[in-house]
Design a protein around this ligand. Structure first.
Ligand SMILES: Nc1ncnc2c1ncn2[C@@H]1O[C@H](COP(=O)(O)OP(=O)(O)OP(=O)(O)O)[C@@H](O)[C@H]1O
Length: 312
């Protein structure tokens, strides 16, 4: 596979269903090692575009071109799972493709839940469930990960941890990532390009470029006028298990320094003592309200989002 060729390229593609264009004239590329994030209001065509990229949906106009031999890992927005049936994490990973015990263990280790191999899905927290889905997607060592709202059912601090995990997976496996986010205001800093959809590509660029664009402001109205908090983190210090902090120069102290990475933006702090980015006044709300239950977010009984992976 050529390093400089796109892993997935969508060229002027459109999907026509039930007498209307769900999306039209969509063009985007996902390169190796790149994180591309799709944002847009409900019904803007984000999932439709992700399914185009996956070739789950065939374009009625334009084309979708994959790199030869492309392997894709997919985390769908909804899952058709019978929650009355016991289903373990390791069984989820092998539902549609076979993996050795070692591959399963590696995937679970990579997403930080090695201890949950035998756990039942219905007992997992929202964050653990999303990690199990990610483990499933990376077990086949994909060239590209397509993640449709991978932080759903997770609270604000958990969201940040999942975004960090996605960035880490990109860094360690050098895969490309196409990420769907419903969150207009919290886009991880690792995102290389944001594509803002509204049935068509409304605008695109770096998170900061898109936040500053008039098209984005027009699409999201007064919400867009509020400050756009890009989740940023700098690994200039590490919290040790005993509570001390190790700094980039190797020294350790009992607390972080004022100027340490994370220590910008909001005056609020997370449980690790880090300041969290301001989510446009929504942070407190997000932190205090209960996240939707994982089960309600798993599309129970809706029959959508069959687990799908493909290899060409
Ligand atoms: N098979 C279909 N037939 C007709 N309309 C459809 C079909 N699939 C999706 N739609 C419609 O297409 C539009 C785009 O849907 P899509 O799920 O891609 O949006 P989205 O941006 O992912 O939305 P959300 O943020 O709510 O998940 C919606 O209005 C949806 O109702």
């Amino acid at each position: 596979m050529l390093k400089s060729a796109p892993l997935i390229e969508i060229r002027n593609a459109g999907v026509f269903r039930s007498g209307k264009w769900l999306v039209r004239d969509i063009s985007l590329q996902v390169m190796r090692g790149e994180i591309v994030t799709l944002i847009g209001p409900n019904g803007a065509g984000k999932s439709t575009t992700a399914k185009l990229a996956l070739k789950v949906l065939k374009p009625d106009a334009g084309e979708v071109i994959d790199a030869p031999g492309l392997k894709v890992g997919y985390v769908p927005q909804k899952l058709a799972i019978d929650w009355t049936m016991p289903l373990s994490v390791e069984r989820l990973i092998t539902l549609t493709s076979s993996h050795t015990k070692q591959e399963i263990a590696q995937a679970l280790e990579a997403v930080g839940i090695p201890h949950l191999a035998k756990a039942e899905l219905r007992h997992l927290s929202g964050g653990e469930f999303q990690r199990a889905l990610l483990a499933r997607a990376i077990a086949r060592k994909p060239d590209v990960l397509v993640l449709d709202e991978p932080v759903q059912g997770v609270d604000f601090t958990g969201e940040a941890a999942l975004y960090e995990l996605i960035e880490k997976l990109r860094d360690t496996t050098h895969c490309g990532v196409l990420l769907v986010s419903h969150d207009l205001h919290l886009v991880m800093a690792a995102t290389d390009r944001v594509i803002c959809l509204n049935g068509h590509v409304c605008c695109s660029g770096t998170p900061k470029d898109v936040a500053a664009s008039t098209e984005y402001a027009k699409l999201f109205g007064p919400r867009a006028a509020r400050p756009f908090a890009v989740y940023e983190h700098h690994h200039d210090h590490t919290h040790l298990p005993d509570g001390r902090v190790r700094h980039a120069d190797g020294s350790t102290t009992d607390h972080c320094y004022e100027h340490d990475g994370h220590h910008h933006g909001s005056p609020s702090s997370d449980p690790s003592g880090h300041l969290l980015p301001v989510k446009n006044g929504e942070k407190e709300e997000a932190a205090t309200s209960m996240p939707p239950s994982p089960r309600s977010l798993r599309g129970e009984g809706k029959g959508e989002g069959q687990i799908a992976e493909r290899k060409h």
